[in-house]
Design a protein. Structure first.
Length: 184
């Protein structure tokens, strides 16, 4: 039975490069992985005052969708040398109420994406910080920094290069092995 993996994309932009890469990864993922795109754009900003018996419906939807997965693949751009606010908000929403984190113990992997040359290195490493606190074992190798991404995708958001496709396939294969290793 395939492992259900939450695919969480840090960008909200329609036509985002990170979304395109995530969807391409879903298409080429190892057969033992079932990547499910989980949207974060409708999540109200986390505010403890809203954590009542009836929290916002988007929070409930998000928490339930991630809760049913066994692992998480983050694909994110870099905003100001860090992660987008929407992605940080999703982490916060999922970590609450205190003691009921949906992230607890889920193996994770990070792919960072940038039209620039350094492949969103800062976002990749900043995202690792909260994942440590959330007790998510993050795959260390291989690392995935996808630079110059606009040159790698066609007008329909599909990969143009076999080299990138092969790299992302090897990354998802390594992630499948990481999930299997951390299950024990």
């Amino acid at each position: 039975m395939p492992v259900r993996v939450a695919l969480i994309v840090g960008s909200l932009r329609e036509g985002a490069y990170s979304r395109a890469i995530g969807l391409e990864m879903r298409a080429i993922a190892a057969p033992e992985l079932e990547l499910e795109l989980i949207e974060i754009g409708d999540l109200p900003l986390y505010n403890p005052d809203l954590e009542t018996d009836a929290p916002p419906a988007p929070w409930v939807r998000f928490r339930e969708e991630v809760e049913t997965t066994q692992a998480v693949l983050f694909v994110t751009p870099e905003y100001n040398r860090s992660i987008p606010g929407a992605l940080k908000n999703a982490l916060d929403v999922g970590s609450r109420p205190y003691g009921h984190s949906i992230w607890q113990g889920k193996p994770a992997a990070i792919v960072s994406v940038s039209p620039g040359a350094i492949g969103a290195f800062g976002a990749n490493h900043h995202l690792r910080q909260p994942l440590v606190f959330l007790n998510m074992p993050v795959m260390q190798q291989p690392e995935a920094y996808i630079g110059n991404v606009a040159d790698l995708l066609d007008d329909d958001g599909k990969l143009k290069t076999d080299g990138t496709r092969d790299f992302l396939k090897s990354f998802t294969d390594a992630f499948a092995a990481w999930i299997d290793k951390t299950k024990a």
